[in-house]
Design a protein around this ligand. Structure first.
Ligand code: FES
Length: 155
């Protein structure tokens, strides 16, 4: 027969074990997730070619990266567009390939950091510093000079 004291001690151990388990699980989770608030603008509809036009007229060598307003890729992460000079633009997922955090939406000195564990990518999405070992996922983009848009396919 279990006494009341033994029962309370037993349930206390379960509660402490459960809290420790939750702390371990939280430590394994990425610390940054895409939020609806961070990219809540209504995205433009795709054109007849299936591409979505993103205004890149505001990207310059001193402001070479931004989050594409309202766009979320198939991976559930926002889309970043970058400018590397001339008419070279890139569109890529903001999903860090290390442990699935959302990378920073701003570049500094041509580098896009991930705040979670310090990975860095260049403006084309290539890893320049780990722990990430894979480049950011790139979306196919075509520059439309007449409309100053990067027209991308989200696949
Ligand atoms: S998730 Fe680890 S560096 Fe980005």
């Amino acid at each position: 027969m279990t006494t009341r004291r033994e029962f309370l001690a037993w349930t206390g151990k379960i509660a402490i074990g459960g809290m420790a388990g939750l702390a371990v699980l939280e430590a394994c989770e990425p610390t940054s997730f895409p939020s609806a608030a961070s990219n809540s603008v209504t995205p433009p509809p795709p054109g007849p070619d299936g591409r979505i036009g993103i205004d890149v007229s505001d990207l310059t060598s001193s402001n070479p990266a931004k989050m594409a307003p309202g766009l979320t890729g198939p991976d559930g992460m926002p889309v970043m567009v970058t400018f590397t000079g001339g008419t070279s633009y890139y569109a890529m997922s903001m999903l860090c390939t290390h442990a699935a955090c959302e990378i920073n939406s701003k570049a500094s000195n041509g580098v896009i950091p991930c705040a979670c564990h310090g990975s860095q990518y260049d403006l084309s999405g290539k890893v320049v510093q780990g722990p990430a070992t894979a480049n950011l996922h790139q979306y196919d983009g075509v520059y439309d000079a007449a409309n100053k848009q990067l027209r991308i396919k989200l696949v």
